[in-house]
Design a protein around this ligand. Sequence first.
Ligand code: SF4
Length: 616
Amino acid sequence: MVPGYAGRLLHIDLTKNIVKKIRLKKSFIKEYIGGKGFGARLMYDMVPPRIDPLSPVNPLIFLTGPVTATGAPASARDVVVTKSPKTGTFLDSNSGGYWGCWLKIAGYDGLIITGRASKLSYIYINDGSVELRDASGYAGYGVYATTKGLIKEVGDNNAKVAAIGPAGENLVKLAGIVNDLHHVHARGGPGAVMGSKNLKAIVISADHRNPKFDLADRDGFNKYNLKIIREVVRGPPEEWARTDGTPIIVRWSNDVGVLPTRNFQVGVFEYVDNIDAEVMRSFRTSKGACYRCSIACRNLTRLKDDKWGEIELDGPEYETIAMGGSNTGVGDFKAIIAWNNLVDDLGMDTISLGNVTALAMEAYEKGYIDKNITNGLELGFGNIDAQMELARMIAYRKGIGDILAEGAREFVMWLGGDAYKMALETKGLEYPAYDPRGSVGMALAYATSDRGACHLRAWPIAEEAFGDMDPFTPEGKAELVINMQDLNAVKWSMIFCDFLDADYEMIANYFNYVTGLNYSADTMRLIGERINNLIRLFNVREGFSRKDDYIPYRIAHEKMPRGPNKGFSVKPEIFNKMLDDYYELRGWNRDGVPKKGKLRRLGLYKDFFKTNIHSM
Ligand code: SF4
C-alpha cells in the first residue's frame, strides 16, 4: 500500500444494509491524489448521466487525502462529493474540524454511501466495525442536540459526529452537513442528499494515538513540517489568520467597495464599524484550531445577552458576517452571532441563506411580496427578528420558506416578471461575499467555478482589489483564474485548507514525504488541470455549457451607485472577453467543451468520447 493512505474505501449500501471494503489502487492514487481528485473520478465513473440528485442512486462520498490528520498545517480536512441538488453539477464541499481526521485514523480514506435507509438512521464506525443504527428518535432534532445525543449514546466522549439538521431532513437545497458542531460542508446542498438517504448522522470512534496509516519518511516529514511552520505559518503569509482570521476581510472588502450590502445593491456598508474584526475581538474568548492545525485561524466567541441568551460559537467567519450582516442590512455583531448559531443548528449554508434572505428582503421592499405572503413578517432590510424567523421557515419549508428553500433562482422564477434582475447566482448557486464590480476576475471565477458561484475555486481579488493588478481590466484575468483553479484542485485533493499559503512545490514536497512517491511541482500542476477537466466533462455530460457560465443581471447592467467602484459594472463585453480567453487557454471550444487534444495530454482521451455520446 502507498504510505499516507489507510488503503481502503468503505462502501455502504443503505438500501441493502451491505458494507464493503474497497482497496485503493496505486494507479488511482497516482493520477488523482485523494479528496476532490478521487471524487471527480468516482463521480464520473459511478454516476449515470442526468440522475435525480435526491434519488438513491446518487452517491454521497466523504473523502480524505494523503495529508489529512498528519499534523501538517491546515490538513484537518475532508470533502464531501456528490451530484448537487442545488445546481445539478458535480459538487465537492470541504470542511475542517476533527471528523474527517477521525475517518482516516479509523482506517478509511473515504466513505461511499448509496441507496436509502428504510427509516431515519445513523452510521456508527468504531475502528474496525461499521453498523447502521436507528436514528428515528432524532427526527427533527437540530445539529447540536443530535451531536450531543449521539456522543452519549455510543458511550465515547471523544467520538466525532457529522450530522444534518431539520433542513437536511426536509430536503432544503441550502442544507449542509455539520461536523463537530460548527464545521459545515455547506455549499450546494449536500445535507439534502444526506436527508434523501434517510441518514441523520455518521459517528466515528477512533484512537488518534494509533492512526491506521503511516508516512513514508516520518523524519523527513517532521523536519520539513517544522520548516514550513517556522517560515510560513509563523511568518508574514499567515499573520492575518493567526491574529484575526477571516473577519479581517470585512474591513478590506468595505475599503475596496466589494462588501455585499442589501443584496449586492451597494459595496460599502454604513455600519461596517459594528461588524468588523475589532468588534469580533470583543466577543472572542480564545483562538481555536482544527485537529493539530498550527495556523489556528478560528475564533471562539461567547455572547451573553438578554435578547439572545448565552451562546458559545466557533465563528463567525467573514462569509457569514457579510452575507448575514451587511448583505441583509444588519449592523449588529451580537445578532450575527445569534443568526450563525441558529443556522448551524438548523444545518444550513450561511452564504446561500444570507443571499436568499437578502433577496427576499429586496423583493419585500420593492413590493414583489407583502405580509400576506411572508406570514406577517416585516421582511425589510435590517430586521434581524424577521431574518431569524425566515431561517426557521426555510429549514422547515413553512410558507414562503418552501420556495426560498429551493434557492435564489427558483424564487425569482416563482415571482416572475423582471424579478430575475435581483437574483445573484450562477448555475443556481448563490453568490458569496465579494462583489465582482470591484474585481472583474471574480465574475469569471464565479462563472467558471465547477459547482456554481464560488470563491473557493479561485480568489482573484487577492491579486486585484487586494493586490496590485488592475481590478477593472479583463486582461490577464483568464490566466489568473485558471492558475488558481488548478492549484486549488490539488489543494482540495491533498486535502489542504484554503488558508495554507502553498505553491505546487510545497504541495509536492509534502506529498513526497508522506507517500514516498517522487512528484515534481509540474506533475502536481498537471494533476490539477486533469481534475478540473474531468469535472468539466462531468458537467458537460449533464448538459452544462457556455450558456451556464454567466454573470447575474445586476453585476453586468447595474452600475455601482457609490463607494470606490461608483459607476462601474462588469459589462458583457468585458465578461465575454474574459470567458473567450478562458476557454482558449483551457483548450476548450467556444461552447466550453474540452477538446480532444487537451484531453489526450491529460490522460482523459477515452472520457471525451463517453462524454460526447451522452451529451448529444
Ligand atoms: S487554517 Fe483554520 S480552518 Fe484551516 S485547518 Fe487550520 S484552523 Fe482549520
